[in-house]
Every structure is written in structure tokens, then in C-alpha cells.
Design a protein around this ligand. Structure first.
Ligand SMILES: Nc1ncnc2c1ncn2[C@@H]1O[C@H](COP(=O)(O)OP(=O)(O)OP(=O)(O)O)[C@@H](O)[C@H]1O
Ligand SMILES: [Mg+2]
Length: 339
């Protein structure tokens, strides 16, 4: 079967309902009834299972998905086993893996596997993609006319390229930010549908997110400073997280780790960058104010932004504004007046 159709097939099969152990409760379609070419394709996936067998008991569709998404990590000895699914979501699932000899024998690694629908759910993706070059599965800029055309026309192949570009942005951001000393997982490898990175947590389960944790005042204050330090490193690397909140910060043994970077925004090329940054800062401040740390989010965002010499007067995208918020309405009116 044409690999272009792989995503569509998986997406259909993906409509299973997983129980807590990752088993399908109601697979909506019986693979025996699939057209012959699709059956052959899935059969091939089953064959490859002979090389890559993992401890995690995945449902059948999930198993195919994992073999396709993580097979390359296994072949290159980045991982030797998939131990458990630590988080299953609508857009991505994260698996605890045993690291292979290419990383750290006996250690753990986290594999984030994206679902095809991740792209479809990003309704507002243009606001994030502005000013950002699309990347291929090796992190290189996509410059071929045919590829650019396919992406513009949103053909199946173009959609696959766009899907991989989001993942490549997460991967390259993790690499750059880790090198710059930010508290993010180390990124080891990527495939067109998955990222392998440092695992935060222990053998039993992954670290909780900050949103699940209550901090005492002193610790909250220290961790707030730590988040600000990370925001500063991001800005120095000309990036805005784009979806930062207590849900995307892990907490483990007193330390924090920022995760979930596919929508990372380019400071230079994106007119919405400051607006998105302000929202990130506001969400972080909301969490910390509940932990007893007060801060003026708008001022903080402006100060951090300006400390890097960036302009706050950028044009904003109307899709990011809240019509019920008087400040957003005023910002839009000002922008319209200077046009
Ligand atoms: N490096 C990691 N180590 C340990 N656990 C992780 C790691 N990365 C992610 N996780 C776990 O997986 C969850 C989802 O990860 P992430 O936020 O990157 O994906 P997501 O796109 O937000 O997924 P969803 O939309 O399904 O929540 C995290 O909240 C955390 O529980
Ligand atoms: Mg997340």
C-alpha cells in the first residue's frame, strides 16, 4: 500500500476506544473486512513484529501504530523495549521505553507518538506557523517546489509533510533548548511520527504535571523563578513555547521540566509572537498565584520581551483575540487605526 495512505488508514483504525491498560474496548472496524491492499499492509506490520517485540501489551491497532512509529528507534538501538504507556491522549501518547545501547543501557526513555488527527485538531495552526519554515523528518528546511506545492494544496502527501514538520519543530526546539541549558528533556532521535527523549519519572510512572501538585510558598517562589529563567532562555533562542501552562511543566523531586513544544513560535517572523508569549506568561502566573506567588503577568511579559530587545508592537492575528476582553478589543482597534 502507498505510504501516503498509511496515515489515513491508521487514523481510521485509530478510532478505537482505549481502556486504562491501552486495550481497545470497541474496535470500530474489523480488519478482516478491510480491502485486500490494506489487509496486506497490516499483515506486513505483523511480520515486522517478529523482530521488535515489546513488553507493553498493546491492543492490535495500537501495536501496528507502535511498530510503524517506533520501529526505527528499535532498529537503531535507541530503544530495546516499550514498557508501558504513561499517557494516552487524543493527539499524542507517551510511552516509557527501555533505552537502547545508543543511549544509556538500562536507563529509561520517553517516546512521544503522535496521532494523525493531531494535525486536524490544530485548527488555528496558521497563527503558529507564521514565519516558521517547515521542516522534514531530518529537521531540514523543506524547500523543494513539489513539497511546498503539496503542502499548499493540502494533498495527502502535503498533510503528511505538515504533520512531520510539527514534530520536527518539537524535536529541534528540544535539542536547541537543552543545549542552551533550559529545563527540557534531552531529545535523542525522531522519526516522522515520534520523538524519543529523556524520561522524567521513575520505573513506576512518569512525573506529575505542576497542575497536579500543590507547592508550599517557598518552593513555589523558587520554581516560579526557575520558570522565568526558562522563559528567558527560550526568548534568547528566539522562541516562544506557545502552549505553556502548569499542564506542560513536569515536576519531579523538586525540579521542573518544560515539555510539549510542537507549536513553538518564532519570535522574529510571527506577528502574534508577543501575544502568544503574554498568554504563556499569564497561564504560568495563574498557577503560581494559586500557590501564593503574586506577579503582574502583563508587566512581566513586557519586561522579559523588551529585555531581549524585541518589539511589543507587533500586529496581532484576530483569531488570537478574545472579543469579550476589552484589552484585546482596544489592541485590535489600535492596530486597525495605524494600518
Ligand atoms: N519526557 C517525558 N517524561 C515523562 N513523561 C512525559 C514526558 N513527556 C511527556 N510525558 C507525559 O505525557 C503527557 C503528554 O505529553 P505532552 O504534553 O508532550 O503531549 P500532549 O500533546 O499535550 O498530549 P495530550 O494532548 O494527549 O495531553 C505529559 O503530561 C506527561 O504526563
Ligand atoms: Mg501537553
Amino acid at each position: 500500500m502507498n505510504t501516503k495512505n498509511t496515515y489515513n488508514l491508521y487514523d481510521e483504525l485509530d478510532d478505537f476506544d482505549l481502556d486504562e491498560k491501552g486495550h481497545a474496548r470497541h474496535p470500530h472496524r474489523n480488519p478482516k473486512k478491510l480491502p485486500r491492499s490494506e489487509q496486506e499492509f497490516l499483515h506486513k506490520q505483523d511480520d515486522s513484529a517478529s523482530g521488535f517485540k515489546f513488553t507493553y501489551k498493546a491492543a492490535r491497532f495500537e501495536s501496528w501504530w507502535l511498530l510503524d512509529s517506533l520501529g526505527g528507534f528499535y532498529e537503531h538501538q535507541w530503544i530495546s523495549d516499550v514498557l508501558r504507556r504513561v499517557k494516552g491522549g487524543k493527539e499524542a501518547s507517551v510511552y516509557q521505553c527501555r533505552a537502547g545501547t545508543a543511549i544509556l543501557v538500562g536507563g529509561l526513555a520517553a517516546a512521544k507518538v503522535y496521532r494523525p488527527r493531531m494535525l486536524r485538531n490544530l485548527k488555528n495552526d496558521a497563527a503558529y506557523r507564521e514565519g516558521r519554515t517547515d521542516l522534514d523528518d531530518e529537521g531540514r528546511h523543506i524547500i523543494r517546489d513539489g513539497d511546498l506545492h503539496a503542502m499548499r494544496k493540502r494533498t495527502a502527501y502535503g498533510e503528511e509533510l505538515r504533520h512531520t514538520s510539527w514534530i520536527a519543530h518539537e524535536f529541534t526546539s528540544l535539542q536547541a533548548l537543552h543545549d542552551a541549558g533550559a529545563d527540557v528533556p534531552e531529545a535523542y532521535a525522531m522519526q516522522k511520527n515520534a520523538i524519543l527523549m529523556g524520561y522524567v519519572g521513575d520505573g513506576v510512572g512518569c512525573a506529575p504535571t505542576l497542575s497536579e501538585v500543590s507547592l508550599d510558598r517557598a518552593e513555589a517562589s523558587a520554581l516560579f523563578e526557575r520558570v522565568l529563567r526558562n522563559l528567558d532562555i527560550l526568548l534568547a533562542n528566539r522562541r516562544v513555547h506557545g502552549d505553556l501552562s502548569a499542564y506542560n511543566i513536569l515536576y519531579w523531586e523538586g525540579d521542573i521540566t518544560l515539555i510539549d513544544f510542537p507549536q513553538v513560535v518564532d519570535v522574529d517572523g510571527n506577528r502574534n509572537a508577543f501575544k502568544i508569549f503574554e498568554r504563556d506568561v499569564a497561564r504560568v502566573c495563574e498557577y503560581f498565584s494559586r500557590q501564593g506567588v503574586r506577579a503582574d503577568a502583563r508587566k512581566l511579559a513586557r519586561d522579559l520581551w523588551q529585555a531581549h530587545g524585541y518589539q511589543t508592537r507587533q500586529e496581532v492575528d484576530v483569531r488570537l483575540l478574545d472579543a469579550d476582553d476589552p484589552k484585546d478589543r482596544a489592541a485590535w482597534q489600535t492596530q486597525e487605526r495605524v494600518r
